[in-house]
Write a protein that binds this ligand. Structure first.
Ligand code: OOB
Length: 532
């Protein structure tokens, strides 16, 4: 975690206030009592009720055996139960490990074993997948199911009638949860965030985004992702006393009427969804009158798309460039078009330290593209239980190497120009090349594999697997590869969109597979064929 002198400074500056995430809910319940906190379909949950439900569930989870410091993998869709669960765990000081609904056996099994999780809290069936089947990969973690539990424990059975048995909660500098990193190497890294550090980013974000008790915030992205969780996200809304409106689909046909019904004022999207909404609204010939701010982040927004937001939807655009490791940048609501349409914003905090450096870690002048390094009051100093990886992912003086290539402009605004990390950003969903390659290598016909991004007009990027086939084996088809990876329990978004069989890979000066050259090869092929 942070060295003592930094921690002391962040406290002195008033960034770390000594509260926990459960305190955020307790305070909100006191201040906003009967006001709506969460809207899930026809169900409306008040602040008071959310506080009471979370407390009763905390007591029940404690009776079930969940203790302070324990890890609990949480995989829930955008439903009200999610909030009962996370606040119950925050109350106990047990750490949620935030999985996405799209994760399958490979990821969930790894999260459970890597964190020695005591429980996996998931749903029954969602998006055609029976999550109860994940019991087979959960190891020692006991399955708790929201919905029909089958042979497992029903989440609904764990709400006690009294909360008198609750032990003392965690301290503000304790870990609050483990968030997932987009990653670039083998297995997903876990990001340890403390109550103090996360709450600072939440409060500051709520202020930057000008949230008030009248804010109505729509969640269509997976609620456990850092963007809808805290930028300013659901937690920012709870801090401000507004209401969170949940949707399990981003489809305009379902969401536009919900926006109207709940007078949604702010929503967060990834660029491909922004495009879908813009086209739908343009077709309808109507904007979204209640919507004041559309936040777009998670992947680079094209200038041409950015320019359509205000004319078509009739609301302000806010670009958000953040990372679960910490640093979040926003364009401000009073910034001019030059900034809002062409930059990815500036950091939350005056105490976010940002360096833009060349390959030798030497700072480059403003306006020049370089690697973004950062350190600050809500940026982690290391991944969870990953000492070796941390030696290269952070500088000796604690700066996180984001892997992003940026240009810094006057006023500290950043423009994202590319990426140096081996990651594919598939419409905001991050794919670590090496993780998929490791799975590809288990295919009987695959001798070697490399996964790279291909430009895509809708998603920004898709993934392409290059494989070298073993001597004497028949080259697999894309369909075989996809089936193989699905059978291994890999989340669908990580399964390659394209396949190219090659004789060998270009290598870098040090003899590593050059993904850069493979990407260039794809561009050449696309240029010669008019398609990628
Ligand atoms: C958000 O968090 P993660 O952890 O899923 O991904 C972080 C990475 C960044 O390092 C960058 O490569 C990319 O996603 N990214 C963007 C971007 N926002 C994120 N690239 C270009 N333009 C943007 N606006 O994605 C995240 C976390 C909090 C708030 C918003 C996004």
């Amino acid at each position: 975690m942070w060295p003592d002198d930094f921690a002391e400074r962040y406290r002195k500056l008033g960034h770390w206030t000594g509260q926990t995430l459960f305190d955020l809910l307790s305070t909100a319940a006191e201040r906003f009592g009967d006001r709506d906190a969460v809207i899930d379909g026809d169900a409306r949950v008040s602040y008071r009720s959310l506080h009471e439900r979370a407390s009763r569930l905390a007591a029940g989870l404690h009776d079930f055996g969940v203790r302070r410091g324990d890890r609990v993998v949480v995989q829930l869709p955008n439903t009200a139960a999610y909030f009962d669960v996370i606040f119950a765990l925050f109350r106990l000081g047990a750490l949620p490990v935030f999985a996405l609904p799209a994760h399958r056996g490979a990821e969930i099994g790894y999260f459970c074993s890597h964190t020695d999780a005591v429980a996996l809290i998931t749903t029954d069936v969602y998006d055609g997948f029976d999550h109860r089947t994940l019991a087979s990969v959960a190891g020692a973690a006991k399955l708790i199911v929201a919905g029909d539990p089958g042979s497992h424990t029903a989440l609904s059975s764990l709400y006690t009638s009294s909360v008198s048995s609750l032990p003392p909660g965690p301290g503000p500098s304790d870990l609050a949860f483990l968030q997932l990193s987009g990653g670039s190497t083998g297995l997903p890294k876990l990001i340890p965030r403390t109550h103090d550090d996360y709450l600072y980013s939440v409060r500051a974000s709520a202020e930057i985004c000008e949230l008030t008790p009248d804010s109505s915030y729509l969640v269509v992205l997976p609620v456990a992702h850092n963007f809808p969780m805290s930028s300013p996200g659901v937690l920012g809304v709870f801090h401000a006393g507004g209401k969170v409106v949940l949707s399990t689909t981003p489809d305009p046909a379902r969401v536009f009427p919900l926006i109207e019904r709940e007078r949604v004022t702010i929503a967060a999207l990834v660029p491909p969804l922004a495009l879908v909404w813009l086209d739908a609204a343009a077709n309808l010939g109507a904007g979204l009158p209640s919507l004041e701010v559309l936040q777009v982040g998670g992947a680079k927004l094209l200038d041409s798309v950015a320019a359509r937001v205000e004319p078509v939807l009739g609301c302000k655009l806010q670009q958000v460039f953040g990372m679960a490791e910490g640093l979040v940048n926003y364009t401000r609501l009073d910034d001019g078009d030059d900034i809002v349409l062409h930059t990815q914003g500036r950091p939350i905090s005056p105490d976010d330290e940002v360096l833009v450096v060349d390959d030798e870690d030497v700072p480059v002048p403003d306006g020049t593209v370089g690697h973004l390094l950062t350190r600050g009051p809500y940026t982690i100093r290391g991944y969870w239980r990953a000492d070796e990886h941390n030696r290269t992912a952070f500088t000796d003086d604690g700066f996180y190497r984001t892997g992003d290539l940026v240009r810094r402009l006057d006023g500290g605004y950043l423009v994202v120009e590319g990426r140096a990390k081996d990651q594919i950003n598939r419409g905001g969903e991050k794919i670590a090349a090496e993780e998929v390659e490791d799975h590809l290598l288990t295919h009987p016909a695959v001798h070697d594999a490399a996964v790279v991004s291909v430009p895509d007009t809708y998603l920004g990027e898709r993934s392409c697997a290059f494989v070298v086939v073993k001597d004497g084996m028949t080259a697999p088809r894309l369909r075989d590869i996809r089936e193989h990876l699905r059978d291994r329990g890999l989340a669908t978004f990580k399964i390659p969109d394209r396949l190219r069989v090659v004789d060998g890979f270009p290598v870098t000066g040090v003899g590593k597979t050059s993904r850069r050259e493979l990407r260039a090869l794809l561009r050449e092929l696309a240029a010669s064929k008019g398609t990628a």
